[in-house]
Design a protein around this ligand. Structure first.
Ligand code: BES
Ligand code: MN
Ligand code: ZN
Length: 516
């Protein structure tokens, strides 16, 4: 998808389809009856007389109400140069933020795709957090919406939107090329592109089935990306993993005929301070059968997405390499299959992690924490001062938070502040879950230091305290994305399938350390 920026009056934009957002300005009448329906008060998010005239009939007939992500398409809108006008509802005016801008822009793209409309022009709405924010998130939302997961369908039609134009206010100085806003807005477009494309890169990886994305192939894809954007990338196989005494990682990998890969991507920009060094560690299980503690057949096909945390790190590293923040970042992905076989580890086995801690394996299906234990510890040996991991780690997290929020755990308030700041820019939803010492009691073992499962209750937290044993006092965040990395339903702004959750927040998390 190409992106361009112009400054023009809405009526003058020559495009296949002009897109404008509509907001509902109604407020609950005070002391109103709880049964009384408030009447929507739709108003366009861009003030312009010609536009208002063009949509007047749509508004008076209640086809446009401003309701979140409803769309209305008008052909040959009167008084406008555009061939079509698409009005996209963006919800209540008082709660209109960049999160709605992304979704509204996405809803526009997903309304145009099936109509085979190849280009459109977005009118930038007035947004409290600023025009740059609106421009960036329009581009992010449009790119994310353009993705469809039907890679291997022979009847796949390429319905991609080829070009979007972002139409800034005429007063912005964009056209003149000298206005100070011009550079800033162009920069916002570039940022949006990098972020949206990186999120889609992650989604492509997560979408791949395990026969088309083995740990070896995941490593190769990461390496190819790194070469393209100028990152150092190191791929390590079974010998190196064993040599480094990554007994927890290897215990998962040993059961598979496919070789594991330890993927290390380094971003070390010139002029970056020695510290911090951020370590991004992802779970890269390209297929999780459960191992000897095998999973039921029903729904097992979904476990191809068990590398979504690792893929998020690869996508985030891509964006970081292109956005070039002045902070050192190391991305680490522990890629493996989790298979049953004659070589597979068994419940009761004791493994020694790279850190020296001994682990009693209770359930071979709790494999994510094993590969991450060594990934996190290894990141510390490379000098990482702050750690963040992402993993489709526990079904328990899905039970706790459903599909609406991913889980976040933190052992450090300052790092957590950085993350909440990142969420404010990314628009992704995470909910903090506890990491108290009590959960550690649940994973004490009679024969070893810890067990890899902690019983039925509090499964997301017992998994998190397991990881905590390997990060020690290093400031650390753990993202459990089991419920959010794969979407079961289409939304008007994004296709069902791989969501790319985490990528945007990881990027913003890294950027929040710039100059710190
Ligand atoms: N990859 C799964 C977690 C998962 C489960 C993600 C369901 C999405 C949906 C993980 O490796 C796993 O199997 N976890 C077990 C842990 C248990 C054995 C302690 C789980 O959550 O059931
Ligand atoms: Mn598992
Ligand atoms: Zn798993």
């Amino acid at each position: 998808m190409d992106t361009r920026l112009i400054a023009a009056n809405p009526a003058e934009v020559d495009t296949e389809c002009l897109v404008v957002f509509a907001l509902d300005h109604s407020v609950k009448s005070q002391g109103g009856n709880i049964n009384s329906k408030e009447k929507p008060e739709p108003r366009l998010a861009v003030k312009d007389a010609a536009l208002e005239k063009a949509v007047a009939d749509l508004v008076s007939s209640s086809e446009v109400t401003g309701k979140a992500f409803e769309t209305a398409l008008l052909h040959r809108p009167q008084g406008l140069k555009a061939k079509r006008l698409l009005v996209v509802g963006a919800g209540k005016a008082k709660s209109f933020t960049h999160a709605e801008v992304r979704k509204a822009a996405g809803s526009a793209i997903r309304a145009l795709k099936p109509r085979a409309i190849k280009s459109c022009a977005f009118l930038v709405p007035d947004l409290a957090s600023g025009t740059e924010d609106a421009v960036r998130t329009i581009v992010e939302g449009a790119l994310v919406a353009d993705f469809d997961p039907d890679t291997y369908r022979s009847d796949r039609k390429d319905l991609s939107v080829r070009e979007i134009t972002v139409v800034a206010d005429v007063g912005s100085g964009v056209g003149s090329g000298v206005g100070s806003d011009s550079g800033k807005l162009q920069n916002a477009i570039t940022m949006g592109r990098i972020i949206g494309e990186s999120q889609n890169f992650t989604r492509e990886l997560v979408n791949e089935p395990s026969n088309r994305l083995t740990p070896t192939m995941l490593g190769d894809r990461a390496k190819k990306m790194c070469d393209a954007v100028g990152l150092k990338c190191e791929l390590m196989g079974p010998d190196k993993i064993k040599e480094m005494k990554m007994g927890a990682f290897w215990s998962v990998a040993q059961g598979s005929d496919e070789e594991p890969r330890l993927i290390v991507m380094r971003y070390e920009p010139q002029g970056a301070p020695e510290k911090p060094v951020l370590g991004l560690v992802g779970k890269g299980i390209t297929f999780d059968t459960g191992g000897i503690s095998i999973k039921p057949a029903d729904g097992m096909e979904k476990m191809k997405y068990d590398m979504a945390g690792g893929a998020a790190m690869i996508g985030a590293m891509r964006a970081i390499a292109l956005l070039k923040p002045k902070v050192k970042v190391i991305g680490i992905v522990c890629a493996s299959e989790n298979m049953p076989s004659g070589k597979a580890q068994k419940p009761g086995d004791v493994q020694i992690a790279m850190s020296g801690k001994s682990i009693e394996i209770i359930n071979t299906d709790a494999e994510g924490r094993l590969v991450l234990a060594d990934g996190l510890y290894y990141a510390r040996t490379l000098g990482c001062t702050h750690l963040i991991d992402a993993a489709t780690l526990t079904g328990a997290c899905v039970v706790a938070l459903g599909y609406a929020n991913a889980g976040v755990f933190a052992n450090d308030e300052d790092a957590y502040q950085h993350f909440t700041q990142a969420l404010q820019r990314s628009g992704e939803k995470f909910w903090r879950l506890p990491l108290d010492a009590e959960y550690l009691d649940q994973i004490r073992s009679n024969i070893a230091d810890i067990m890899n499962t902690g019983g039925r209750w509090g499964g997301a937290s017992t998994a998190a305290v397991f990881l905590k044993e390997f990060v020690d006092d290093t400031p650390w965040l753990h993202l459990d994305i089991a419920g959010t990395a794969w979407m079961e339903e289409n939304k008007s702004w994004i296709a069902k399938g791989p969501s790319g959750i985490g990528v945007r927040s990881l990027i913003e998390f890294v950027r929040s350390f710039e100059g710190k």
